[in-house]
Design a protein around this ligand. Structure first.
Ligand code: DGL
Length: 257
């Protein structure tokens, strides 16, 4: 049985979802949290939809074992492939995330969505673009290799700028109004991406991502269900499927983000 102060479970393929966890913690500091990073299986973004579904169900099972009152899929890739089956399988609120394309469409100029190859190829994401009538205003870029750089801690400006040099040549002389960070890992290099876009494309380029929206949605659902916890101090626990040294890395990233 869960109660108001049962933990909220977050998962991602690795460190990315820690950016969402921190955003939720800033909004709800009196909740208890358990974060599960499936680093052994990262990256999700280069796997098939079926594999990502299975990995998401497995991660849900791990979190369920901690007696969580809600699950946050802090991963756009996992959401795209598996949110439906997660909601069928787990009888608690499952909060998900998707690339924040909607607000970005308000901006003048093209919208570049940086996400994993799996996210941009999946039906769920393409259905979102259709519902928003995004047409050719959106340019999707599947960023293979970027998650690996971030997982391995290669987040310095030179490395990330070199990566972007190689990946963004397709943009040519387009007027870019906004970039959507469609993968939670990319929040750890947001400043470099923003600086790069301003220097190379448009001084006014705006950056969007879904983490605040996801945290707000979590709060809204817990309020509606009368499931808000007001514990002081609250607990944050980290778990991983990979190297146990990840736990310390996760903690440090959480504190410094
Ligand atoms: N952080 C995940 C996301 O938001 C993807 C990471 C991966 O490819 O494993 O899509």
């Amino acid at each position: 049985m869960t109660d108001k102060c049962s933990p909220i479970g977050f998962f991602d393929s690795g460190v990315g979802g820690i950016s969402v966890l921190k955003t939720a913690f800033n909004l709800m500091p009196n909740e208890n949290y358990i974060y599960y990073g499936d680093s052994k299986n990262a990256p999700y973004g280069q796997k098939s939809e079926e594999e990502i579904k299975q990995l998401s169900l497995d991660a849900g099972k791990v979190l369920f074992g901690y007696g969580v009152k809600a699950i946050v899929m802090a991963c756009n890739t996992a959401t795209s492939a598996a949110v439906k089956i997660m909601r069928q399988r787990y009888n608690i609120p499952v909060i998900s995330m998707e690339p924040a394309v909607k607000p970005a469409l308000e901006v003048e100029g093209k919208v570049v969505v940086l996400a994993t190859p799996a996210t941009v190829s999946q039906n769920r994401y393409n259905g979102l673009l259709q519902r928003l009538s995004a047409g050719d205003k959106v340019i999707n870029i599947g960023c293979s290799g970027l998650v690996e750089l971030i997982e391995d801690g290669h987040t310095d400006a030179d490395t990330i700028s070199r990566y972007l040099d190689g990946r963004l040549t397709v943009l040519g002389n387009e007027k870019i109004g906004a970039v959507v960070l469609g993968c939670t890992h990319y929040s750890f290099v947001e400043k470099t991406i923003a600086k790069y876009m301003k220097a190379n494309y448009n001084e006014g380029c705006k950056i969007f991502d879904g983490k605040q929206g996801t945290a707000n949605q979590l709060l809204h659902i817990l309020q509606n269900k009368g499931m808000i916890c007001m514990q002081t101090p609250s607990r944050i626990e980290f778990a991983t499927s990979g190297d146990p040294n990840n736990i310390q890395k996760y903690q440090e990233l959480f504190e410094s983000f």
